[in-house]
Design a protein around this ligand. Structure first.
Ligand SMILES: Cc1ncc(COP(=O)(O)O)c(C=O)c1O
Length: 404
């Protein structure tokens, strides 16, 4: 008889956001007069920039005419978009990334979930703790995670790199050498970053040990400090060990439109094989590319006007981050993040657990955030607030927290 994929059965339930939803719904039902403010989920609230809307309209019209209609897209994505990415996101930083090393996709979640397919089943992975759950869950699905230890809240075949106050939320080099290292800076959920010098240490470690770094730079647009790298390819030797993943979701509001890309330099070779070739094969076999109209919308993001418009949106969210950060500091909370990232990571007061603080905030301020423990064992005792809300609602949420 057919057996389903047993590795899928090992997955933990999507406990975090379903439990949040359950608790918020129960509270709203019991307190219909209360106005709940949600600073929990990492979705954007501002509409798409005008340049993007114009490009979409224009591209839709092109699809209506025989002369300009487009069918299947090229495997790696349209050249007009890959050229723009190479010029604006890389050459401008002094990074040597050619357009044919860029794979256009429908977002970073799919890419960071799927990329593990090109590694062997016994590849050992390392993740930060707390972590964006996609990295772990996709490796569970692939049968790489081992057995879940309920007491520790960890998989026994994954190397966890704790990111806590003690190390300023920056992972330390693991003593057991991983094959694949997931890094995400600016970080979700902690909002932390590392300097270029610190990232160079990871690149050197990976090259020395033959590891591959999967560098998720989905929040790159939020970097405000000059010593924080915008791309891992700013580091020497990164072309030989790193894959970079980017998204149009958080800089240009594409969470519903969907667009992202992955960079695999042709000089990244393991076991005599170019990883670029494997991903190209995978892309060509399993994926038909992001829609033409969306790739045109992505191209518009790289125009001078597009760059100006996305800066304004990022500035709006970062102003929210400032409000959250300074408001919570004034109220006596221990907070971090929020300077180079749209996430604020706070220590729960009075040794409350993450979930106790969630209930406390919901009941007393009618504000929803995300319990840190939902991102991993080292997130216990922490809590995430996002800057992606509306300004007025953010201001009110912080006022309410201050009055608690
Ligand atoms: C760290 C990180 N990577 C990737 C993504 C997914 O981005 P996309 O919308 O492009 O799939 C998110 C979304 O929240 C994220 O936090």
């Amino acid at each position: 008889m057919l057996e389903v994929n047993q590795d899928y059965l090992k997955l933990r339930g999507s406990y975090l956001f379903s439990e949040i939803g359950k608790r918020v719904n129960a509270y709203a039902k019991a307190n219909p007069d209360k106005k709940i403010i949600r600073l929990g989920i990492g979705d954007v609230t501002k509409p798409l920039p005008p340049v993007v809307i114009d490009a979409l309209h224009k591209a839709v019209d092109e699809m209506a005419s025989e002369e300009t209609f487009r069918g299947y897209a090229p495997d790696l994505g349209y050249e007009f978009l890959r050229n723009a990415i190479s010029d604006v996101d890389y050459k401008r930083l002094g990074c040597d990334i050619a357009p044919d090393e860029i794979f256009v996709s429908d977002g970073a979640k799919c890419d960071c979930g799927n990329i593990q397919e090109i590694f062997s089943k016994d590849a050992k992975i390392a993740v930060c703790d707390p972590v964006y759950p996609v990295y772990v869950d996709t490796n569970v699905m692939a049968g790489r995670a081992g057995v879940f230890d309920e007491a520790k809240g960890m998989w026994d075949n994954i190397i966890y790199m704790p990111c806590t106050k003690d190390n300023n939320f920056a992972p330390e080099l693991p003593s057991e050498v991983p094959d694949v290292i997931y890094l995400c800076f600016p970080n979700n959920p902690t909002g932390s970053t590392i300097t270029k010098d610190m990232l160079q240490v990871w690149v050197d470690y990976a090259n020395k040990n033959g590891s591959v770094i999967l560098y998720d730079a989905a929040y790159e647009a939020y970097i405000s400090e000059s010593d924080v790298p915008h791309s891992i390819y700013e580091c020497e030797g990164a072309r030989e060990c790193a894959i970079e993943l980017k998204s149009f979701s958080k800089n240009a509001g594409f969470t519903g439109l969907r667009l992202g890309y992955t960079v695999i330099p042709k000089s990244l070779v393991r076991g005599g094989t170019m990883l670029h070739s494997l991903w190209a094969r995978r892309h060509g076999t399993k994926y038909n590319g992001a829609p033409y109209i969306v790739q045109r919308a992505g191209e518009a993001v790289y125009s001078a006007e597009g760059q100006k418009q996305i800066k304004e949106t990022v500035g709006y969210y970062m102003n929210n981050a400032k409000v959250i950060l300074s408001g919570l500091k004034d109220a006596g909370f221990e907070v971090s993040g929020g300077v180079n990232a749209p996430y604020i990571w706070l220590k729960t007061p009075d040794k409350m657990t993450s979930w106790d603080f969630f209930d406390h905030l919901l009941n007393n301020a009618n504000v929803v955030g995300t319990p840190g423990v939902g991102f991993g064992a080292s997130g216990e005792g922490y809590f995430r607030l996002t800057a992606f809300g509306k300004y007025d609602a953010t201001l009110e949420a912080i006022e309410r927290i201050r009055r608690m």
